[in-house]
Design a protein around this ligand. Structure first.
Ligand SMILES: [Zn+2]
Length: 107
């Protein structure tokens, strides 16, 4: 089972590629089509390798339509009843993320 010495496993490579794709998408905020393409590729890899995306990665795109979010452009962020509401301006899908006392405090 343990073959990790023989270089990176497929999953590790996939994880790296997903990270790269998300950072590329982030750099392409002025080119939404390309950003969306990077996001869809990253999601394809994660599904094929059954990798979970990190919380931060999940917040950068719409689960519903796959749009890469650019805050203020196609994403509305509001705080409502102790929850952060991310609303996709493309399809109107809203994601509510509860605020916790210890985490989520950006310092
Ligand atoms: Zn959407």
């Amino acid at each position: 089972m343990a073959k990790s010495e023989k270089g990176a496993s497929v999953k590790q490579i996939a994880r790296e590629r997903i990270e790269i794709l998300f950072s590329l998408a982030h750099d392409k905020q002025d080119n939404p089509e390309l950003a969306n393409r990077y996001v869809s590729l990253a999601r394809e890899i994660s599904m094929r390798q059954r990798l979970r995306l990190s919380k931060q990665q999940k917040r950068t795109f719409c689960r519903c339509c796959g749009t890469h979010f650019v805050p203020g452009k196609n994403l509305r962020v509001r705080v409502q009843h102790g929850k952060v509401v991310y609303t996709c301006q493309e399809c109107g899908n809203a994601v509510r993320i509860p605020l916790r006392k210890n985490t989520n405090q950006v310092r």
